[in-house]
Ligand binder design. Sequence first.
Ligand SMILES: *[C@@H]1O[C@H](CO)[C@@H](O)[C@H](O)[C@H]1NC(C)=O
Ligand SMILES: *[C@@H]1O[C@H](CO)[C@@H](O)[C@H](O)[C@H]1NC(C)=O
Length: 387
Amino acid sequence: MDRVVQSAVLFLVVLACGVGARPSQGYEEYIYEHLPELLDRLQRLDYADKPSINTLEPRVAPHWPASDVSIGQVGGIAVDPTTGDILVFHRGEREWGYNSFVGDKFAPGQHTIKNNTILRLDRATGHILDSFGADRFYMPHGLTVDHAGNLWVTDVGLHQVMMFPKGSHEPSDIVLGEAGIPGSDDDHFCKPTDVAVASNGDFFVSDGYCNGRIMKFSKKGHLLKQWGKKSSDGNTGSLSEDEFFVPHSLALIEARNIICVADREHGRIQCFTAGLNNGTEAGYFVHSFDNPEFGKVFAIAYDNNGPEEAMYLVSGPMPNAFLFKINLNGEILFRTEPPNQFAKEDKTGGFGQPHDLAVSQDGREIYTGEIVPNRALKFCYGRCTQR
Ligand SMILES: *[C@@H]1O[C@H](CO)[C@@H](O)[C@H](O)[C@H]1NC(C)=O
Ligand SMILES: *[C@@H]1O[C@H](CO)[C@@H](O)[C@H](O)[C@H]1NC(C)=O
């Protein structure tokens, strides 16, 4: 018998036994009360086939992060593939407002953020395992943890990209861009947004708010290739494939040798060759995911744990702020948001402005970071287990 059918039959048997044992309770009440547990059991029965992971929506973990974790605007959130820990890059007491920048430059007279801007959180408990990054950053933005556990961050105030080796609280020699100086040549960035790192060490930078390009570097930080152009503001007419209006987030799909870009203001995801076998073969257009339902696409993440390859994205701002899961044909598998019990002050529930997201290595958890309200959330398929 097909394993999916087997699971469904077992599910029904479980339901029937449960209902039979409690004749006094209404069927619907019983189902309602026990549904999470039953769904969880169903997933456990046959998790290898993950019969319904694509259509089941994940739910928000109630007590994550721990209540004593103080988080400002979340620029980036990432999963450390070497430990499973969750890393958050936040702005502490700083907020990005109208006066933060003068032109492309960070407004003068502001000090570095005094809070520890990088938090390492326990995946299960949400407690802080480590924190650092005080007195270094002006406007934290992107955060990526590579296959070796090194942390890569971008600061849009510094116009820099830097790498912190695994376990280190100090940056490595890889600090790209000139501190505080925006630019569009080979040695400068202008508000760089995100980094994606391949397992061969090559890395990509999306640059950024004021440039409209993707740059590919060798492991040592040598520029190999760049492509893309900045879209003239508000151009929604006929867009070329490499025209970006705030390239805001990157997702590298190594198995397909492609790099996908969240072209935020255009509300689309543009994928290009990554050229992982030959540095210069990067940047040729491959595919676009474009759906008016997305709104603006703030962040993307690839997941290959389900029955089919998928991409998660977060959109915004509210009332069009959602977590979407799509397949690689661009079909929306679900669209979800935090329920009312996670209401913000105005009690409306939902997201305010999700800014980044990350998926656990096993695909069972999705983490979102927001800038309104300032928070990180954990979504789980089935029950959020304490591992
Ligand atoms: C930043 O540090 C200040 C001073 O220690 C503290 O009051 C505040 O709660 C911190 N904010 C965040 C978001 O960590
Ligand atoms: C890399 O690709 C370029 C362009 O297709 C080609 O000219 C070059 O020979 C390739 N280099 C290697 C080492 O394969």
